[in-house]
Design a protein around this ligand. Structure first.
Ligand SMILES: *[C@@H]1O[C@H](CO)[C@@H](O)[C@H](O)[C@H]1NC(C)=O
Ligand SMILES: *[C@@H]1O[C@H](CO)[C@@H](O)[C@H](O)[C@H]1NC(C)=O
Ligand SMILES: *[C@@H]1O[C@H](CO)[C@@H](O)[C@H](O)[C@H]1NC(C)=O
Ligand SMILES: *[C@@H]1O[C@H](CO)[C@@H](O)[C@H](O)[C@H]1NC(C)=O
Ligand SMILES: *[C@@H]1O[C@H](CO)[C@@H](O)[C@H](O)[C@H]1NC(C)=O
Ligand SMILES: *[C@@H]1O[C@H](CO)[C@@H](O)[C@H](O)[C@H]1NC(C)=O
Ligand SMILES: *[C@@H]1O[C@H](CO)[C@@H](O)[C@H](O)[C@H]1NC(C)=O
Ligand SMILES: *[C@@H]1O[C@H](CO)[C@@H](O)[C@H](O)[C@H]1NC(C)=O
Ligand SMILES: *[C@@H]1O[C@H](CO)[C@@H](O)[C@H](O)[C@H]1NC(C)=O
Ligand SMILES: *[C@@H]1O[C@H](CO)[C@@H](O)[C@H](O)[C@H]1NC(C)=O
Ligand SMILES: *[C@@H]1O[C@H](CO)[C@@H](O)[C@H](O)[C@H]1NC(C)=O
Length: 698
């Protein structure tokens, strides 16, 4: 488990490189997602979902001061009306956008012959009729280029073109250097492709520069994570020379380049910022493909208040000098590969609101003694090497909203003061050395949306009062020592989307159809307990169908294909390993799998003999594990190749012919211990397969 994210992040980058050569019929983009199976560490890949993400997770800090932009402070109506050249430049800009309902709305006041200083999104300077503000932010406009007319507005101080679609055009030759008064430049989420214009580097008055994209990491419990880009693709922009870009930006206070700008070749980014932008307050470079360590010289940037470097795969020691940044309010370093010891002093920064270092497996530390004057809202150290006890003083931090203590190294007693944190929305606890029963105070945390106890030493029954947590969306008790029957009270929590009770010592019989009373359920994992899962009463007409996308029922004593699958529209992951299901995989089940979004299909250790009528299975699977069954005939291959295919320990008799297209994406292929004879097909060696196990192949 320790290496999952590291491997995943490596795979992520490998895939990004590979995606330029993907076959046309594959989904447009991929991301990596990890998955752990008993025999081998399997990696699987999730499709990026082009969905709208409500609200960017990145915090926005409002600064004030002499050079800051105060939009409302500028007089809206200047005495002198708009100058003709300014008006004509604006009208040319307007015409460069495709005419849509969005453009009609955005430009509803932009009419020929009216004072442009009064147009929507425009402000003019003091008594000279020059346009100083052009704000077209979030107007959903479309254009195939950035019209040079913008650069005739040479008095501009504020320019926001973010949230419009420039259709992958290259902005690199745009004449930004003409806008010498610019203090605020926003080109976020604009779908530019190519190079960040190096002429931006000549804007010596720039205070805020935003060229970021938006993304979100969705964590899928017990499976991995999913990287979502809501609007456009990521890393469309590169920087020719980062040092040259920032060398003259001494006034810069905010820099946002996340997910849009690829800085993987700009190893000097950190030293250059330290040297040239001494006033930086917001450093926001999440998902910029930074891999090098955080440089020591960054300690010079003492004004930093927001540091967001998450999801970069950065290596090297944790920079403890952050403990000396007295304005620090947000420290976001999750999903990297940092190591070393985190100084407890960092938690004591008086202004700290967010500290998130989760998913840095080599990062060690322990929790400090907390004080009641802390403003901490988000404290996340899961997936790290943090250890020690969870101090009772944590109950003093009443502002806590998200508490992620899911690091396996925690030990001792779980303080009951946690039950006093009434504002908690998210509580995640791990610790193999934690002792004691599963606490009953969790039922008092009625604001909880996500409750997770995983990889912990806590034992006993889940308290029945859990049914009072009716706001829960995710309930996870996994890899602990919970026992007893799975409570009927859980079906009281009707908003539940994720129910993971895997790898405990639960007993009794579970009627899968009773879980259909949870209409929002999209992940169910009951694997590896002592339970027997049966279909139960199937009142299909009475109950609405849940939309379960991930169903994991490994080792649940199942003897026939679960009928709950009949009621699902779509399956993204199905694990039925280590059951006693025999015979043919039913045709109706295969039909549920035809969607492009199937990420794993795990059937090992059953008694299956057949799957489908054709050698080409009618679905796309990233991981297909049919090993340790009694399958016969030719090896079947998913329609679009999986990353991992395991056919070992069956009675397959031959390889299918001409499947090289299907194997395009496969990196692990195992077919040992079958009844195959003949020679190894040539396509096997012509593909990108990195691990080929045909041991005992005659
Ligand atoms: C901006 O200026 C207006 C009017 O002068 C003032 O009310 C407001 O507080 C200022 N905002 C900031 C963030 O300085
Ligand atoms: C840039 O513009 C977008 C869209 O209007 C907005 O969401 C974002 O907050 C802006 N960035 C900054 C730093 O103001
Ligand atoms: C975007 O670019 C493509 C290809 O260059 C072109 O076919 C399409 O018309 C452009 N769309 C807009 C809105 O300019
Ligand atoms: C990048 O720009 C800096 C400053 O302009 C210059 O000293 C350096 O040589 C440049 N680096 C490269 C690789 O061109
Ligand atoms: C913090 O600053 C003090 C005084 O400048 C210095 O002595 C100390 O070493 C610094 N701590 C870290 C972790 O950099
Ligand atoms: C994890 O922390 C322990 C001490 O708490 C330390 O002995 C061990 O070396 C750390 N492991 C890593 C990989 O840093
Ligand atoms: C927290 O306080 C306890 C006693 O109150 C002490 O033993 C412990 O060392 C302190 N821990 C830290 C990290 O300061
Ligand atoms: C839950 O809260 C109530 C009222 O605040 C309190 O009386 C009770 O002891 C708490 N229960 C637990 C288990 O902490
Ligand atoms: C079920 O939910 C209701 C509120 O909708 C709550 O009053 C009741 O105590 C819950 N039942 C159990 C068994 O937790
Ligand atoms: C699981 O529960 C059963 C019955 O309650 C008990 O016999 C067994 O020892 C438990 N196993 C573990 C690993 O705790
Ligand atoms: C299904 O119907 C039976 C008898 O008609 C009833 O006892 C049972 O509670 C129903 N189950 C569900 C899940 O509604």
């Amino acid at each position: 488990m320790q290496t999952q994210t590291e491997v995943a992040s490596v795979l992520l980058h490998a895939l990004a490189a590979r995606s330029t050569t993907k076959p046309v019929n594959m989904p447009p983009s991929f991301i990596s997602l990890l998955h752990h199976l008993p025999f081998l560490l399997l990696l699987l890949v999730l499709q990026i979902l082009f969905q709208l993400v409500p609200g960017s997770p990145s915090p926005i800090l409002h600064y004030s001061g002499a050079t800051s932009v105060n939009h409302t402070a500028i007089p809206p109506a200047a005495a002198v009306p708009c100058l003709p050249d300014q008006e004509s430049a604006l009208l040319r800009l307007k015409r460069s956008f495709v005419s849509t309902s969005y453009s009609s709305f955005a430009f509803r006041s932009w009419r020929d012959g009216t004072d442009c200083c009064h147009w929507e999104g425009i402000e003019c300077g003091e008594a000279n009729g020059q346009v100083t503000t052009l704000d077209l932010g979030d107007c959903s406009l479309e254009s195939s280029y950035l019209d040079p007319a913008v650069f005739e507005l040479t008095s501009l101080r504020y320019l926001n073109l973010g949230g419009n679609d420039f259709n992958l055009s290259d902005p690199s030759s745009s004449r930004f250097e003409r806008l010498t008064s610019l203090t605020y430049l926003n080109l976020s989420n604009s779908n530019f492709k190519g190079q960040v214009p190096d002429r931006i580097g000549r804007l010596a008055n720039l205070v805020s520069l935003d060229i970021s994209g938006t993304f979100e990491i969705v964590e899928i419990p017990n499976v991995g994570y999913k990287y979502k880009v809501p609007y456009f693709d990521r890393w469309l922009l590169t920087v020719q020379n980062f040092t040259a870009l920032v060398a003259n930006l001494g006034s810069l206070r905010e820099l946002y380049l996340g997910a849009a700008v690829d800085l993987s070749h700009q190893t000097e980014w950190c030293d250059s910022l330290s040297k040239y932008t001494p006033n930086l307050r917001v450093l926001s470079l999440p998902s910029c493909r930074l891999h090098s360590p955080i440089c020591g010289s960054l300690s010079a940037l003492k004004s930093l208040s927001v540091i967001d470097l998450k999801f970069n795969g950065m290596v090297g020691p944790f920079p403890n000098f952050f403990a000396n940044f007295s304005f620090l309010s947000v420290l976001q370093l999750s999903y990297n590969d940092l190591e070393g010891w985190v100084s407890p002093a960092i938690f004591e920064q008086k202004k700290l609101v967010t500290i998130d270092v989760h998913e840095n497996h080599k990062l060690s530390g322990s929790l400090p003694n907390f004080s009641a004057d802390s403003y901490l809202q988000h404290l996340l150290v899961g997936g790290t090497n943090f250890s020690g006890t969870i101090p009772s003083s944590i109950g003093k931090v009443k502002s806590l909203n998200e508490l992620g203590l899911n690091a396996v190294g925690f030990s001792g007693n779980l303080p009951s003061s946690l039950g006093e944190l009434k504002s908690l929305n998210i509580l995640q606890i791990s610790g193999l050395g934690l002792v004691g029963p599963i606490p009953s105070w969790t039922a008092n945390l009625t604001s909880l949306v996500k409750l997770q106890f995983s990889r912990c030493g806590l034992y006993g029954q889940i308290p029945s009062s859990i049914g009072q947590l009716i706001n829960l969306r995710q309930l996870i008790f996994a890899y602990c020592k919970a026992s007893g029957e799975i409570l009927p009270q859980i079906t009281n929590i009707t908003q539940l989307q994720v129910l993971v009770l895997a790898s405990n010592n639960f007993t009794g019989t579970v009627e899968l159809n009773s879980l259909r009373r949870l209409p929002n359920l999209n992940m169910l994992d009951l694997s590896n307990n002592e339970i027997i899962a049966i279909d139960g009463q199937d009142n299909s007409s009475e109950v609405s169908s849940p939309n379960i996308l991930f169903l994991k029922l490994a080792s649940c004593g199942i003897t026939q294909f679960p009928s709950i699958l009949r009621h699902l529209n779509e399956i993204n992951g199905l694990d039925l390993s280590k059951n006693q299901i025999h015979g043919t995989v039913p045709q109706w089940a295969l039909e549920k799998l035809t969607d492009l979004g199937l990420f794993f299909l795990n059937f090992p250790h059953n008694k299956f003999t057949n799957i489908g009528r054709d050698n080409i299975l009618p679905f796309y699977a990233e991981v297909l594990d049919l090993s340790h069954n009694m399958f016969e005939g030719p090896i079947p291959i998913p329609q679009y190749s999986g990353g991992v295919l395991d056919y070992s320990n069956n009675m397959f008799s031959s390889f299918p012919l001409n499947i090289s297209t299907q194997l395009w994406h496969t990196s692990i292929f195992k077919a040992s211990r079958n009844n195959i004879s003949g020679s190894i097909p040539e396509y096997m060696s012509n593909n990108g397969i990195e691990f080929l196990d045909l041991l005992q192949y005659p």
